[in-house]
Structure formats: C-alpha cells, structure tokens
Design a protein around this ligand. Structure first.
Ligand SMILES: [Zn+2]
Length: 616
C-alpha cells in the first residue's frame, strides 16, 4: 500500500555523546536536576547569512517577538553564554564520530571544518549551531537491503526548553554544547516499520562505540516524509523510537487527505483572496463568551471569506485534527487563542442567526466558508493573514514545513522548512586535518558490530536471536553482559527489559543506572523474586533508591518467614494430612503472596517445610 502512495522517508538521527567535556568548551556533559543558579535574558536579533539573505524560517521566528531566558549553573562557562570564543574541539568526540563513520563504511573527510547553522528559536545563545562534517557516502545494510548514509556530522546540542511564559521562552544551558553525532539516511525507506527498524539499527551502531548517553531525550530523530503529489515535511525531534512508525502513518494520512482536499478545491475553482473584514456588527448582542469578553475589552471580530472551502475545513486529516486545526495552529503563532470556522458553527455560543449574518456580510455562496478571529484588532488581522497564507497553500496541496511531534503520534506546524542559506563557516575554529594514521588507529580499534554482537549473544549466552536483538534494541546490552558475569538468568533480564520499555513508553526512565545494577544483583542472589520487578522498576523510575524500596517489597527471607508462619498456624492440618496438606496450604500461601513471589518457589518452600515436620 505504501509503495502505491510513493512514500519516501529519510531519517536524521541525533545521538548525545558521553564524552568527558563539551564539544567546544571544558564543561561537563551532564544535565542538572537542581534549581538553576542564575538567569539571563536576551532578545532575538535576526541574523543575516554571508549572502546577505535572511532565512525564511528565521523571519517566522522574529515575527513572534519573543524574549529568551537562559538558566545556568556553575557547570557552564562563558562559551555557553556566547561571551567567549569557543575552545578547541573535543578530540574524543571527533574520534567517536569517526568510529561511527567507519562502522557505517563511510569515507572520512580530509579536513574537518566547523560550520555555523542559523538557529533562531533561541535554543542557541549565539543564534547558530556549530556543525562539522566528518564523513560521507556510508551504507547500512539491514535484512539484505542497503540504505545510503550520505553524511555523518558532529554537532553541538542546543539548550533545552523548560517552559514558555507568555512572550518568554525559558531555556537551560546545561545541555548546550554536549556533542551530538548526526547520522542522516537517504530517503530510501519505503514503509513506517522499515523506518523504525533502520532507526533501531543505527542506534545499535551508535551504542557499539560505548560512548553514547542513554535515557529519554539522549537520542532524537528527525523524520523527512513525503508521498506522491505531497511534499517534504520534516517531523523534528521525535524522542520515542517506538512511535516513529505511528508518526509516519499519520503524516501519510495527512498528506493524502490534503491532496484530496486540493483536488476538490480545484474542481470547485476555489480561491483565496486577501480581504479581511470587520464583522463585529454581526455580534452586537452575542452570548458567545469568548467574543463577548473580547468586545468588552475593546477588541473586534474579524473575518475572511474562503470561497469553495465549505465542508473541507472540517475534514479530518489526522485523528482528531482537521484542516481547521492547521489554520488554527498558524493563527496561534501570532499569539491569538484560536479561530472559529464555518464548518464547526454554530457552536461555542455562536448562533445560527449570527452565522447567517456573517455569511451575508461576507457575501458567501453555498460552497463558501469563512474563518473568524476575535481579539485585539492588530492581532486578529495578523492571525487571519496567517490563515490566508495556509489556505493559499491548501490550493497547492501539501506545504513543505517543519512539524512538531505531539505525544499522541500527531504533529503540528512548527515553522517553514529552513532554506539553504542557513550554513556558513565558523571563523573562530581552525580546521583539523584527519591524518591517515589517525583513521587507521581508529579502524584498528573498532568495536564489535551489532549483528556480530547478536550472533555472539546467541552462542555465548544461549539466547534466541529474537531475544538477543531485543536486548540490543533495548540499549541495555552492556548491562546485560554485566549481569551475565553474576549469573543472572537471561529470561529475568528480558522480563526486566519488557517492563523498562513499557515505562519508557509512558515517558518514565531510570536515570540512575547504578540502582538498576543493584536490582539485578539482588535478583541474581535471590534476595528478591522476579515478581517484585513489576513493583521495583516503576519505583526506580520515580527516582527511589533500591535500598529504600526493598524494605517495602517482599524479600526471599520474608517469603520463607511468611510460609513458616502459615504452616505453624495450620499445624493441625499438617498433623492430620501429612504431605497431603501441601495443596490446601498452598492455596492459603498464594492468597497472601500472589504477585509477590513465584508460585513454584512458594510450592518448593512449602513442601520442604511440611516435609521437615512430617519426617520428625
Ligand atoms: Zn562551557
């Protein structure tokens, strides 16, 4: 089915590196959890590229008129604040990037040049992100199919967004400058599932270096998606790999519906003008709360006619999202709360007769639609200009744009796709020559490739290849090997992986790996039972400590004590029935211990306990 739709997907994978220092300064690469120690405020200035052009995406951001607030700690320096030139590159990051390049059979460049990429959302204090091309023309082979890896780059991570307070965007500087490896694929991917598999495979290669960070947000994917007659859209910053397929399915649904809408608009000879009309008079004694309060504050209701759009604005393009939602997202960029469109009216207290009045005032016919915004006049006007621009794009089908992933698998408009003007050379950093010797040293020390590791896991630990792949995809393969040194049953580890994955799906993650290690140690020593994992792992994800948790859950010794107690309480039954007392007592034990201890284990302990008494 996806083949008929001409689906093309390319990925860009960004992986944080676990290096000793940041890419361009000597600060540590750790995120802080405590309250920030200082805050500074900056306004965005539109920067020009070398060619003197202002990027389209840059302009869209300037339009928002935002102030940026940067929060920092002692652990950041003047480089993150853009008050001091960058320090020389982290060689460790370059070497790690080169190892990834060689693992992906890419060709390292002769000289590494640092470039500046304009970033205007405030996530970089300098207004640009530094990026270095390390290698080109790699290839990844999965299930016999080859996927082109055109580029492998090293980048500095951006500051992380904390919140938006009205016109202020708040960022934290701890993440700014952490090295990222960016692996891009050609648009060779043809189905949503394939995209997920490729993302997983690249994740395995990255982790093979042993130099990557782990946890939510440490690996982020950009998905470039288009279908036949559609357009390239980039979903930026997907953090949950298991949602990749869903984002692609939903984007395909969006694009094919937008193409259908375009065809219907063509058939109706629909058009989009520039007229914005004051329709406040239609609402002189309105009961619609939003409109009423706007008018009381001196605002107006402005409207636009959309000839030929009737019934199409309300058309669903993703589950729960309509073309009207896209209009509304665009309008919200200038700071209004939202829009009203004729396909959803009467509603929100707007009556039939008010709709009729607007229809008459805008001189609409049967197939025509309208959109209203109620706010301060200037804001409403700007909002409707945005809606007109989006409606204009609907006449052409799918607009090229960057989209933001929503937690439910849908996406919304973020900004136009950035143009080619956004890269120019960084003059503060000298280029570095990659010597043949350096490349060969790295090649000689290359880590085990993922498919080799899977094979080794199947023989060394007697795993099925499914289980081996599952462990590798979980990202916990190193921890798995550690647990094998203390003889933890692989099935127990896999059970834990299932629980961890389910938690990650809910956005929960165990930050402190040491606690996880302690948990596996206790499990291997039979100090806790496997049933307790369901209890313990979510608590670790909440930030609790292993030593505090085991107090609350049932330990192996507790299980023995409880069974002994139960046997003592039912001594009469044991004396009467002998070994046949196991069955009724087992029922009582299970009542007390279900979910806390393994049934077979309880049975074994109980049988042993009764045997002791009977044989006396
Ligand atoms: Zn620094």
């Amino acid at each position: 089915m996806y083949e008929d739709l001409g689906l093309k997907v390319g990925l860009e994978i960004h992986q944080q590196l676990d290096t000793a220092r940041k890419l361009f300064c000597h600060c540590p690469t750790v995120l802080c959890t405590d309250e920030p120690q200082f805050e500074i405020k900056r306004k965005l200035r539109p920067s020009f590229s070398e060619k003197g052009k202002v990027d389209q995406a840059a302009l869209a951001e300037v339009k928002k008129g935002l102030t940026f607030v940067y929060q920092g700690y002692d652990s950041v320096c003047l480089v993150e604040l853009d008050e001091e030139p960058p320090h020389p590159l982290s060689e460790e990051a370059v070497d790690t990037g080169l190892a990834v390049s060689l693992l992906l059979q890419a060709h390292p460049v002769d000289e590494v040049h640092t470039m500046r990429k304009i970033v205007i959302d405030g996530s970089n204090t300098s207004g640009f992100q530094r990026t270095l091309l390390l290698a080109t023309n790699g290839v990844l082979t999965v299930e016999g199919k080859h996927y082109g890896i055109p580029t492998i780059c090293l980048e500095e991570d951006a500051a992380r967004i904390i919140e938006t307070r009205g016109e202020e965007k708040v960022y934290r500087l701890d993440r700014l400058g952490i090295p990222l490896i960016e692996v891009a694929t050609d648009p060779d991917i043809r189905t949503p599932e394939e995209a997920r598999d490729i993302a997983l495979a690249i994740g395995q290669v990255l982790r093979a270096t042993g130099k990557v960070k782990r946890g939510l947000g440490t690996i982020r994917e950009d998905l470039n998606i288009s279908v036949l007659e559609g357009a390239r859209c980039e979903i930026k910053g997907v953090q949950q790999l298991d949602l990749i397929a869903v984002y692609i399915e939903r984007e395909v649904q969006r694009q094919i519906t937008l193409v259908k809408i375009r065809k219907e608009l063509e058939r109706r000879k629909a058009s989009v003008g520039k007229k914005i009309i004051d329709v406040t008079a239609c609402f002189s004694d309105t009961k619609a709360k939003i409109i009423e309060s706007t008018l009381r504050k001196g605002g107006k209701v402005l409207g636009i006619p959309l000839p030929g759009f009737s019934g199409l604005i309300g058309k669903e393009i993703q589950p729960g999202r309509r073309l009207g939602t896209e209009f509304s997202d665009r309008a919200k960029v200038v700071g209004v709360g939202g829009i009203f469109h004729s396909d959803e009216l009467p509603a929100y207290g707007i009556t039939d007769s008010e709709v009729a009045a607007v229809t008459q005032m805008l001189k609409l016919e049967r197939e025509d639609a309208f959109v209203l915004v109620a706010d301060e006049v200037e804001k409403s006007r700007k909002a409707l200009e945005e809606v007109l621009a989006r409606a204009q794009e609907a006449l052409r089908g799918v607009p090229e744009e960057t989209r933001e992933p929503l937690p439910d698998g849908n996406t919304r408009y973020a900004r136009p796709l950035p143009g080619a003007e956004r890269m120019y050379p960084e003059t503060d950093i000298p280029s570095i020559v990659l010597t043949r010797e350096r490349i060969e040293d790295i090649r000689a020390e290359l880590p085990e490739l993922p498919h080799v590791k899977i094979k080794r896991f199947t023989t060394q630990y007697q795993l099925t290849s499914e289980h081996a792949a599952k462990i590798l995809n979980s990202g916990y393969e190193d921890l798995f090997e550690e647990t094998q040194a203390i003889n933890l049953k692989p099935t127990l580890f896999i059970k834990a992986v299932d629980i961890l994955k389910a938690l990650e799906h809910e956005g929960k993650y165990i930050e402190d790996e040491h606690e996880l290690r302690l948990c596996f140690e206790k499990l291997a020593r039979n100090q806790i039972v496997k049933e307790a994992l369901d209890d313990i792992l979510p608590k670790l994800a909440e930030g609790k400590k292993m030593n505090d948790i085991t107090m609350e859950t049932v330990s192996m010794r507790d299980v023995e004590d409880m069974i002994k107690e139960l046997v003592a309480e039912n001594m009469k039954t044991v004396e009467e029935k002998g070994m046949r007392a196991v069955a009724p007592l087992m029922g009582l034990c299970m009542k007390k211990l279900r979910g806390k201890a393994d049934g077979k284990l309880i049975n074994d302990i109980l049988t042993a306990e009764i045997e002791k008494i009977v044989s006396k």
